[in-house]
Ligand binder design. Structure first.
Ligand code: HEM
Length: 537
């Protein structure tokens, strides 16, 4: 076993590291009786009685769930293996073809066993059995950075994404009333709309009007829009990024840091890794990416705090200000998380929607009809009233998130002993619910490869070419339950506003011979050349 593993690292030039890794691996594998290794119970405070009901008693044993051995999995995923540096979607597909719709990957190197399921009935079982503090293990490297490397900044608060158990519940309880209340978020519509209009002015100035092609990089431009928009809500500050000729160096630092983070965090938080035992150069680069993002975001946060401390408003306006009055440490970490989470998620989705509309001109015309009714004069402001009724726009965003969600699936530790696809799955085992494979399958969505926004519109029943019924657990782009995306309302507000302005004012065409390419690491996001043509109406 040692020699085979050693072979995987041959030529890596990291002999000392390799020996330590070999020893660790051997220790892990020789210790790995499934019962001893597979669960993580430290995040759960409650203990349930052992189940003795017929469903549990008659279920097949956990150990009977098929799947690769720890050794095979490592051999597949470490350098030289067939799944080395692939993404989660390829990995899922590979093992699904080999083992079927439920399989188990053994937990090693401090990770829990993970049961992969492609059965929506299982998704429902997992979510319905969450405790009040659902556990989505992930981004442990971020928690490590915040708690171990920078306690001076984070003061023991690791943030929503990476905290678990009571610590997560404490933050979420403080943040929910601020972020999940529709009114709190929608009150930002006038500013978010101003930003969308500024984006359009900028687009206009960067377009070659003869060819309709943008003279700058659309991805970068959209990221500036996303950052400006999220900052106005998170910090109540206009950063002026869209008025600059050259991007703000701090934002570039965040964008670069986020790119490095997506790439490296996939390696260190998703695939098997030794970082808990030894910090490799790659892991140090990940820590550096966190450091850059933290430095650059705290620069804005400190400025914003200074401003509202000087202004002493009677009523707190921004999310940061509202949270600051509740708890300063939570405010800081949440503002950083919003700036981090609000950049690539919304920009990836907006580009995907534009791509689908650019490939489907008749759908774009249908949307434009709706937008002309809403804004007969393109200069009219967007208001609470005129944005209430935009079913086709909302359906376009939903359909795009069905085809290209930002996450391949969702993850939980099972909150109780549960039965999945006929197998016992003990409390504390990781469960990965592979939603994207299902939302892109004809089994769950008729004509699944087509962009058909009508499938989401009740009123289109008579004319809709496909059934509008679907299993709600197959399509969950923002997750589910108490741990659902906290930025959903903000993301929707931003994306809808920009798309109203863009499609009301421009005809967008995808002129690439091939469809848009995607990179799939920690999230799924567009990459490569943005071959759009924008014609002003
Ligand atoms: C198109 C845009 C977005 C999509 C599709 C999306 C999707 C998701 C998903 C799938 C989750 C996991 C939910 C679960 O486990 O049930 C999540 C969590 C999260 N999202 Fe988003 N997101 C988006 C935008 C945003 C934005 C703009 C923000 C920040 C303002 C944000 C902040 C977060 C945070 C902090 C979490 C962790 C919540 C927790 O663990 O309590 N997201 N998001």
């Amino acid at each position: 076993m040692i020699s085979k593993f050693t072979l995987l690292y041959a030529g890596s030039g990291q002999q000392a590291t390799k020996c330590v890794m070999d020893q660790l691996l051997v220790r892990q594998l020789s210790n790995s009786s499934p019962r001893a290794q597979h669960v993580i119970l430290e995040h759960f405070e409650t203990k349930e009685e052992a189940r003795e009901d017929p469903e549990w008693v008659n279920a097949k044993d956990y150990e009977q769930i098929p799947g690769p051995s720890s050794y095979r999995m490592l051999r597949d995923q470490l350098p030289g293996g067939r799944l080395y540096k692939t993404n989660m979607h390829v990995l899922e597909r590979h093992y699904r073809e080999r083992y079927g719709d439920i399989f188990r990957i053994s937990g090693i190197l401090g990770k829990p066993d993970t049961v992969f399921t492609f059965n929506p009935a299982d998704f429902e079982t997992v979510y319905r059995n969450e405790t009040i503090w659902p556990v989505r293990v992930g981004l442990e490297s971020l928690g490590h950075y915040r708690l171990k490397k920078r306690p001076d900044v984070f003061q023991g608060v690791a943030g929503l994404v990476t905290s678990q158990g009571r610590a997560w519940g404490d933050i979420r309880n403080k943040v929910n009333p601020v972020m999940m209340k529709v009114q709190n978020i929608r009150q930002n519509l006038p500013e978010v709309d101003n930003i969308a209009q500024d984006f359009l002015d900028r687009l206009d100035s960067k377009l070659d009007h003869n060819t309709g092609k943008l003279t700058t990089d659309l991805t970068e431009e959209i990221k500036m829009w996303a950052f400006e928009s999220v900052a106005v809500v998170a910090l109540n500050t206009r950063l002026g990024l869209l008025a600059r000729d050259k991007p703000d160096p701090n934002v570039l630092k965040i964008v670069d840091g986020m790119n490095a983070f997506f790439e490296k965090a996939y390696t260190y938080d998703v695939t098997p890794s030794f970082w808990k035992y030894i910090e490799t150069p790659g892991f140090k680069e990940l820590m550096k990416a966190y450091e850059d993002v933290t430095d650059a975001t705290t620069f804005y946060i400190e400025k914003a705090m200074e401003k509202f401390e000087n202004e002493q408003n009677d009523e707190a306006r921004s999310v940061l200000e509202k949270l600051y009055r509740i708890n300063k440490n939570v405010a800081v970490v949440m503002a950083i998380d919003m700036l981090m989470a609000g950049l690539d998620t919304t920009s990836a989705t907006v580009i995907s929607v534009l791509h689908f509309l650019g490939q489907n001109p008749e759908k774009q015309e249908e949307l434009r009809k709706e937008l002309f009714k809403l804004l007969p004069d393109p200069k009219m402001p967007l208001t609470e009233e005129n944005t209430k009724n935009m079913p086709y726009l909302r359906a376009c965003i939903k359909e795009s998130l069905r085809l290209k969600p930002i996450a391949n699936g969702n993850f939980r530790l099972s909150g109780r002993d549960i039965v999945l696809s006929g197998y016992k799955v003990p409390k504390g085992v990781g469960v990965y619910m592979a939603t994207m494979s299902l939302s892109n399958s004809d089994e769950y969505f008729e004509r699944s490869a087509e962009f058909l926004p009508e499938r989401w519109i009740k009123a289109a029943k008579a004319t809709c070419p496909v059934s509008q019924k679907h299993n709600p657990f197959v399509y969950l782009p923002f997750g589910f339950g108490p741990r659902t995306c906290i930025g959903k309302r903000l993301a929707e507000l931003e994306m809808e506003t920009l798309l109203v302005r863009l499609i009301r004012n421009y005809r967008v065409t995808w002129v690439g011979e091939k469809p848009l390419e995607y990179i799939n690491d920690l999230i799924l996001r567009p990459t490569g050349e943005m071959k759009f043509k924008f014609e002003k109406l």
